[in-house]
Design a binder for this molecule. Structure first.
Ligand code: BES
Ligand code: MN
Ligand code: ZN
Length: 498
């Protein structure tokens, strides 16, 4: 599970050794209101020697500070405080956790003269610490023995000293819910495919029942009855049967139309008969990053009792080559009735999503649908790891999502859709083919999905280059990033609650 960081927020702390972190604004003269722990003259001298200017996220480390009970005093620069956003506080939390090193006990003084964070900012600061401290090390068994236990930055006892108002308590609890959702998504993505098959993944979704989420698990038989020929075609080459999981969170009036989130959950994508090259194939254990984000999001919404009705649907399959696998040239019939000519069995995610999207729309008549998928390598060619691709049939939905992306720094870049791209997936013998050729690969994949959403406002987030293997950031050093959970939690909070 997630890192073992224990964070307490208190109004004061009795420091007897350990690491102490104080924040310093660039535009303030005094540091923290803690002169007995961080004596002004000690700070002044050290900062001068280190040429420390309190620019944002810079640090000044002072060992055995004279006249202080702390063993180690760290000053974290916060830059100009007038412009600090929630995201800056999140990053400051990340930068703080990065300094923990071998410390077992850390006290963080979050007060700055004239620039105390409000409740929401304090909550983001604490969330940032948790996200940065996360490690996935459950399979480090023999290699971990004998190592200094306290060397693991995820096993730290942290006391955050801040004004713990009622507002702050609420914000901290909500941020904890979101943090748990992100870490759940990371765990799922990092977990190897031999451990996490469709059934095991479904069990994680079922566990959300404890938070009040209603969870149904559809089996192969159920999906056959529904006519999900596209999803089932992908699954048929694996000895592990597929599952479709439906999660429902009712936090608003029962009549309120739900918002729906749909995730691609290919627990391993070998490419199938159109098999992938050996190099890097291991990374395809993360091809369920969309389903992981949806599950993490449902966790977050339920745990913070979001005032929204939300549906989460994940299609869980494994794409394998086998005597029974689907082949290039096959024509399959989706639940919508539309037929698909399979030109490449490695373009499997869209097949899974086509049935999941149609099922969702048909059954729940949601007010909008947002799907997340590690869908194409092409999106990484276009955008790199710095934006996920956003494809959308509704301008106001696109604007709301883009805004949530900027706020959470899980950024989206809108890509085009249109008739000319749609034509590229017309098939000679069926209603459509599952690849549109080399050009515009991320767009033709999106056009394919669009054929299954009717007139419902819909967005497709191609997270192939952001959900896993993205460069480390202030708040993430994990291979699986949990991308999408904070983004969509903010999208719901700012647009669909209350
Ligand atoms: N899961 C892959 C996309 C992917 C690639 C995700 C790299 C993460 C990292 C997807 O199923 C796939 O194989 N897409 C093909 C589509 C092609 C066959 C039309 C691709 O992108 O090459
Ligand atoms: Mn594939
Ligand atoms: Zn895939």
């Amino acid at each position: 599970m997630a890192g073992e960081i224990e964070i307490k927020v208190k109004k004061s702390a009795d420091v007897k050794g350990g690491t102490v972190i104080v924040l310093k604004a660039k535009d303030a003269t005094a540091t923290a209101a803690t002169p007995d722990i961080a004596p002004a003259e000690v700070l002044e001298r050290a900062e001068k020697v280190a040429d420390f200017k309190a620019s944002r996220l810079s640090t000044c480390v002072i060992l055995a500070p004279h006249g202080s009970p702390a063993d180690k005093l760290i000053v974290l620069g916060m830059g100009e405080t007038a412009s600090l956003t929630e995201n800056d506080w999140l990053n400051a939390g990340g930068a703080t956790a990065a300094t923990f090193g071998k410390a077992a006990e850390v006290t963080v003084f979050v007060d700055m003269p004239d620039a105390a964070p409000d409740a929401a900012m304090l909550a983001q600061f604490v969330l940032g610490m948790r996200l940065r401290a996360y490690t996935f090390d459950r399979y480090k068994v023999a290699t971990k023995k004998g190592e200094d236990e306290s060397a693991d930055p995820s096993k730290v006892k942290v006391t955050v000293v801040a004004a713990a108002s009622a507002d702050a308590k609420k914000a901290l609890a909500a941020a904890d819910a979101v943090g748990d959702g992100v870490l759940l998504a990371r765990d799922l993505v990092n977990e190897p495919a031999n451990v996490l098959g469709p059934l095991e993944f479904a069990d994680h979704a079922v566990a959300l029942g404890k938070l009040g989420v209603t969870v149904e698990v559809l089996t192969e038989k159920d999906m056959k009855k529904l006519g999900m020929g596209a999803l089932l075609a992908v699954a048929q080459g694996s000895v592990r049967p597929p599952r479709l999981v439906v999660m429902q969170w009712q936090g608003a009036k029962s009549g309120d139309q739900p918002v729906a989130f749909i995730g691609k959950g290919v627990v391993f994508d070998s490419g199938g008969i159109s098999i992938k090259p050996a190099s890097g194939m291991d990374e395809m254990k993360g091809d369920m990053g969309g389903a992981a984000a949806v599950t993490g999001l449902m966790h977050a919404l339920a745990a913070r009792k979001a005032k929204v009705n939300a549906i989460g649907i994940i299609g869980l399959v494994e794409n394998m080559p086998d005597g029974n696998a689907y082949r290039p040239g096959d024509v399959v019939t989706s639940m919508s009735g539309q037929t698909i000519e399979v030109l490449n069995t490695d373009a499997e995610g869209r097949l899974v999503l086509s049935d999941a999207l149609h099922y969702c729309n048909d059954r729940f008549k949601p007010k909008l649908m947002i799907n997340l998928a590690t869908l194409t390598g092409a999106i990484g060619v276009a955008l790199g790891p710095h934006h996920a691709g956003l494809f959308c049939n509704d301008d106001s939905l696109a604007a709301a999502l883009t805004g949530a992306g900027l706020k959470t720094q899980e950024k989206l870049w809108r890509m085009p859709l249109g008739k000319d791209y749609d034509k590229m997936i017309d098939s000679k013998i069926a209603d459509m083919k599952n690849t549109g050729g080399r050009q515009a690969g991320a767009i033709t994949a999106a056009q394919f999905l669009k054929r299954f959403v009717g007139s419902t406002p819909w967005a497709h987030l191609d997270i192939a280059s952001t959900a896993m293997g993205a460069p480390s950031s202030e708040v993430n050093h994990s291979w699986g990033s949990g991308f999408g959970v904070r983004l969509l939690n903010a999208f719901v909070a700012d647009n669909h609650e209350g």
